[in-house]
Ligand binder design. Sequence first.
Ligand code: HEC
Length: 249
Amino acid sequence: MPSLIALSRFGSMPTLHRICRGGSSREVHLGEEKLIFFSAENLTDQPIVGHATFNVTPETTGLYFKKIQCFCFDDERLDAHQKVDMAVDFFVDAALAEDTNAQDVSAITLSYTFFRSTEADKAKDLSRFVASADPDPRRGQELFAERCAACHALDRNKAGPLLGGVFGRNAGSIPGYNYSAALRASGLTWATDNLDRWLSDPREFVPGARMPIKTLDPMMRRDIIAYLQDESRQASAKPPVTSVAQHAP
Ligand code: HEC
């Protein structure tokens, strides 16, 4: 089975958005997670709230196109004259190779069409996709719940070690957690830059490490790290727990 070409294209919202990067294509291998970007720009003087619908062609491939992260789930707000690059994190299920109806597929086209929304109040702000925007720890907390909490908690070990106070901590140092030898011997002290590399690809950064997931989107990593940093700061600002002395009346 040859690798597939994913074409990214945008349907435009007439007169409102200019959509860039039309027809850019990427080679993707079946089963491999990829990150692609769609650009949108609001050419008007008004904020625009819209939602996107997506379309995958040929139709036989739609079943196998799996989105991990996408801007298409919610209403989104784009401020006046703002331009953003929005990430879509996806993979094409390897089962496509076995589907006899899809044997001659060599290209998959993913396209989005934006529609104006009536429910402006609930819209998310697309500025989170702007690379120069300030890190957003609140979004980081939501992402943590979605992407990390299955294996990590702040206050106890789960499948992964506890992450409360992780900033400034030596890698592999939580007592009672069974780390890989690789992470324990890594000599890392967790800070913004090495957390960013760890989250993008743990096993490439520390060969032999056991954390299995990658977070490909740099803006997601930025916000998750901001959340962990804020949380670590607050944790160290709290007074240490001391035993309370009992006084006789
Ligand atoms: C499927 C389970 C899983 C998920 C999901 C996961 N992790 Fe992990 N994580 C692990 C495991 C297992 C380790 C220990 C790795 C080792 O010992 O090599 C780890 C280790 C870590 C460490 C090192 C901690 C230390 O004490 O040195 C950090 C930091 C971390 N993970 C952050 C995250 C963040 C942030 C996310 C969400 C984006 C995440 N992890 C998602 C399983 C996971």
